[in-house]
Design a protein around this ligand. Structure first.
Ligand SMILES: Nc1nc2c(ncn2[C@@H]2O[C@H](COP(=O)(O)OP(=O)(O)OP(=O)(O)O)[C@@H](O)[C@H]2O)c(=O)[nH]1
Ligand SMILES: [K+]
Ligand SMILES: [Mg+2]
Length: 481
């Protein structure tokens, strides 16, 4: 790389932001006890000095109870709390102001209109506060994704996962790894530029090699996570399958506590997938009811069976329902049985007398159990959707399964939560592997591979500027001397 190009690049980094000042209602629209209106930008302070007369409350991060007036007409709009957050110690990193006013539509409207009357003030676009926080290095992309997930979190596990990410759970390791790669690049580029120079010690490239191996192992370990974060973020996918009339739709409705799917005594009732989202012990679970599995001459029914099969392939957990009233398992249903399948033997009410003890195994049940054993099935429950017997026990066991599968993994501070993270990490690994496959004296190609790896990580956090390598170069090798 030409040294003169360093200077051009540095010159390009001059601060060229002339942002307008933005404002918006930050709490949910509609009637509420309190509404929060946020202001951010270079003129933010004016939002206070122009609307709150007399003693202007400018002590940072303190709440002041004040009359809020229209800057032009001086009309009283509301009384509420006002806050001053001077940059860079604010959410966006810019000067910011908050108004906590009464949450009525007309009150909010009047304050927004008042702010709009100020010079260079405009209504914020969607996500613009977060965008500014990103531009000002307050948040990286993973933290912004974490914040968005936190707003969307429906269950306890999702909340914990999102909060950890919003607090930098992914940013920290990814930035650390990227910095390490940039260090390696800096050394490699120095060897390219000043290879003959006596100041470059022997063995620096061996050190790079060790670092790259260490990084590759760490990223491989991080990727080897059974997709726990992604599964919890988007919901554990459970597919209910089984022969027609097993009671699959009945079970789905029982779990959903509503008539989500059509139930009838006609085999082949369900054709399309019916999906219901539940909260099981803090975990989001997306349960799919599917068409009964059998061979049929009806094209529409066969399409349903095809859909059932592909939904089952996508599922994290597959539950096969078998009615205790049939002792033969159809070959097409046998195909789906494996050691990971959860099996529910249902319609228990039809094969045992109500006052009979739970432990009574009918001949029919015994014959089914023998067939399941041959398939290596380990998890079996018996229940009745009609009487509800055995349903709570099944649900509690499911929660235990979820907890034992996910609780430990969820305690990890850094979990991949989106396919996008995984893709870029895999790209990063490709760069590192390629580097390791090169002969050590191929420094130019080596530096290219490292740059590829660093950029892949940078795309996760949103930091892709290659100038970082120049910063390290300058600080380590005193080029400007
Ligand atoms: N006695 C009894 N009847 C049940 C039970 N579960 C379901 N049924 C009945 O069995 C019949 C079939 O139930 P569905 O839920 O439609 O069965 P399905 O597996 O969804 O059937 P397809 O969609 O046709 O594959 C209905 O008449 C239900 O009322 C149960 O536990 N006990
Ligand atoms: K049915
Ligand atoms: Mg059905």
């Amino acid at each position: 790389m030409q040294r003169s190009s360093f200077i051009t690049k540095i010159a390009k980094r001059t601060w060229v932001r002339s942002y307008s000042t933005i404002y918006a209602l930050s709490s949910a629209p509609g009637k509420a006890g309190v509404a929060v209106i946020r202001v951010s930008g270079p003129q933010a302070k004016k939002a206070l000095t122009e609307t709150v007369r007399g003693t202007t409350p400018l002590e940072p991060r303190q709440a002041y109870f004040r009359r809020i007036r229209h800057p032009v007409t001086n009309m009283l709009l509301d009384r509420g709390l006002v806050f001053w957050f001077p940059g860079p110690n604010s959410f966006t990193g810019e000067d910011s102001v908050e108004f906590h006013v009464h949450g009525g539509n007309a009150v909010v409207k009047s304050v927004l209109e008042a702010l709009g009357s100020l010079d260079q003030f405009r209504l914020a676009e969607q996500g613009e506060f977060s965008k500014r926080a990103f531009d000002n290095d307050k948040l990286d992309l993973t933290e912004i994704e974490g914040l968005a997930d936190l707003l969307n979190a429906e269950t306890e596990a999702q909340r914990q996962l999102a909060l950890r990410q919003a607090e930098g759970g992914l940013r920290k390791p990814y930035e650390e790894w990227r910095n390490k790669i940039i260090q390696c690049m800096a050394v490699t580029e120095a060897v390219i530029d000043f290879g003959e120079d006596e100041h470059i010690e022997d063995g620096v490239l061996d050190q790079v090699l060790d670092n790259v191996i260490e990084l590759r192992d760490a990223i491989q370990y991080h990727l080897n996570d059974s997709r726990v974060g992604e599964i919890v973020r988007s919901g554990v996918r459970v597919a209910i399958v089984g022969p027609p009339n097993a009671g699959k739709s009945t079970l789905l409705n029982l779990l959903a506590k509503r008539e989500a799917a059509i139930v009838s005594d006609t085999p082949g009732t369900t054709r399309d997938i019916v999906e219901v989202t539940l909260n099981l012990g803090g975990y989001p679970v997306v349960i799919s009811d599917t068409a009964g599995l059998r061979k049929s001459n009806d094209n529409i029914e066969m399409e349903g069976v095809k859909r059932a099969m592909s939904r089952m392939d996508l599922a994290d957990i597959k539950i096969c329902l078998l009615p205790l009233t049939q002792n033969e398992i159809d070959p097409i249903v046998q195909q789906v049985l494996d050691p990971d399948t959860f099996v529910i033997l249902t319609k228990q009410d039809l094969v045992t007398t109500p006052n009979c003890s739970n432990n009574t195994t009918t001949l029919l049940e015994k014959s089914i159990l023998d067939q399941l054993q041959k398939k290596g099935v380990q998890k079996i429950w018996t229940l009745s959707c009609k009487t509800g017997q055995g349903v709570d026990r099944f649900l509690n066991d499911m929660i235990d399964v979820l907890k034992s599968t996910f609780d430990d993994a969820l305690a990890s501070p850094a979990l991949i939560t989106q396919a996008r993270h995984r893709q870029h990490l895999q790209d990063c690994l490709v760069g590192l592997e390629n580097y390791l496959a090169l002969p050590q004296d191929e420094v130019v190609l080596g530096a290219e591979e490292l740059r590829y790896a660093a950029n892949a990580l940078g795309r996760i956090t949103g930091r892709v500027d290659v100038e970082d390598v120049l910063d390290v170069l300058f600080s380590q090798f005193c080029i400007g001397k």
